[in-house]
Design a protein around this ligand. Structure first.
Ligand code: PLP
Length: 408
């Protein structure tokens, strides 16, 4: 069936609401994407028909809840092309997943071992490694960023040494939209015997990922950026990698046996899922993965690229704007950051919200090192989902031009 963004829009109840008394032009999808009816219904059905705790009871609701939770794990294993559902550990989101990876992998690191990051990382892929560094004496090395907002992979030769144990990079940037050339990173990492972790927060909403084809070791993602509820995400890891990682949080559900002398732990993924998990949220995530899989991916990608091109051209045509990121459409997502000379991003975002109903994000986007690289303390950012239309881009461009006339 032909992809029709207007029809798709109608699957998202919130998009036909009029917050502030005008149509909503939601262009803050990189922060959080909206929920389609398929996900809302799956969560609601679960809570009304199957609500119970998982893996603990034998009554009918406990069985239903456990099956639904494991079914969601299976859906995420398929979405990521994991070798087994056992490679899918549910977490609170990308931040939690990277923290678990840092503490888990870090247990095997020695002082002087190196972890390579990049200058465009989200704070979620910087601070967990700094916490680890401060505890263990590892060394963090940083790949620079090119003038067009990409990780400068020509620096790999210089930055990766034999002491490197892990390369941890964004799969796609939440500021510049640049997509990382993973094959090149994996080749360089393998050459020095290092593992590779990808922060997939901005890559997963755009369609299934093949972690096996990528050839990586760990992948972190958030449900709320891929049309699923808040409070759920995934740490995917190759089985042998997860098996080497000790648990980070202790509690019920992650153990084999407990005595006061010694406790033994469950195998992954349960080892990383202590306590009662966010069950309905996981069910919603599974439904979201299925919903994305059912989209006509080629048409969605073409649609988003066309709208991205319109944003880039339109913004370039407004005097005083500066795009922070690639200005072409190659290897980039529909995340467009820009600065407007003489206008603070918060003022611009407020202006287009109040007068044009355009939801943007303004600030440092949890990427302060990248802002410093470009000599800014923030940008305005528009980010797309398949339900965005030309009307959203028209409103954005009209709003930015208007803000320039009144605020610059
Ligand atoms: N990494 C990237 C690239 C992101 O864009 C985000 C969120 O904006 C995160 C990590 C953190 O995700 P969460 O807040 O869902 O844990």
């Amino acid at each position: 069936m032909r992809f029709d963004p207007d029809k798709l829009r109608s699957e998202f109840p919130i998009l036909s609401t009029h917050p502030g008394g005008r149509p909503l032009h939601y262009l803050d999808n990189a922060a959080t994407a909206q929920l389609p009816r398929a996900v809302l219904d799956a969560v609601s059905r679960h809570e009304t028909e199957s609500r119970a705790n998982v893996a603990r009871g034998v009554h009918i609701l406990a069985e239903r809840a456990s099956m639904a939770y494991e079914d969601a794990r299976g859906a995420m294993a398929r979405y990521l092309n994991a070798a087994s559902p056992d490679e899918i550990a549910f977490t609170q989101g990308t931040t939690a997943a990277i923290n678990i990876a840092a503490q888990g992998l870090g247990a095997g690191f020695k002082p002087g071992d190196e972890v390579v990051l990049s200058e465009l990382e989200h704070h979620s892929n910087i601070v967990p490694w700094q916490l680890l560094r401060d505890r263990t004496g590892i060394v963090l090395r940083v790949l620079p960023v090119t003038d067009d907002g990409r990780i400068d992979l020509s620096a790999l030769d210089r930055v990766l040494t034999k002491r490197c144990k892990l390369v941890a990079l964004a799969h796609a940037s939440n500021v510049t939209g640049a997509v990382t050339d993973v094959a090149r990173v994996v080749e360089a990492a393998r050459a020095v015997g290092a593992r590779v972790l990808l922060d997939g927060a901005q890559a997963v909403p755009h369609g299934p990922i093949d972690v096996q084809a990528l050839g990586i070791d760990l992948y972190a993602l958030s449900g709320h950026k891929m049309f699923a509820p808040n409070g759920i995400g995934v740490l995917w890891g190759r089985q042998e990698v997860l098996a080497q990682m000790p648990p980070v949080f202790g509690g019920g559900g992650m153990i084999r046996h407990v005595t006061f002398d010694a406790t033994t732990y469950a195998d992954p993924p349960k080892r990383f899922e202590p306590g009662t998990p966010p069950i309905a949220q996981a069910v919603g995530l599974g439904a979201a993965a299925r919903w994305i899989e059912a989209l006509d991916r080629e048409s969605v990608v073409a649609h988003e690229l066309r709208l991205t091109g319109r944003m880039l051209n339109g913004l370039a045509g407004i005097a005083g704007t500066r795009i922070i990121g690639p200005t072409g459409l190659q290897a980039r997502r529909g995340v467009v950051s820009f600065a407007l000379e003489g206008v603070h991003p918060h003022d611009l975002c407020q202006w287009v919200n109040d007068r044009f109903g355009v939801a943007l994000r303004g600030g440092h986007h949890c990427a302060e090192p990248l802002m410093r690289r470009f000599g800014l303390d923030g940008t305005s950012r528009a980010s797309l989902a398949p339900y965005n239309t030309d009307a959203d881009i028209d409103a954005l461009l009209e709003g930015v031009a208007d803000a320039r006339r009144h605020l610059a």
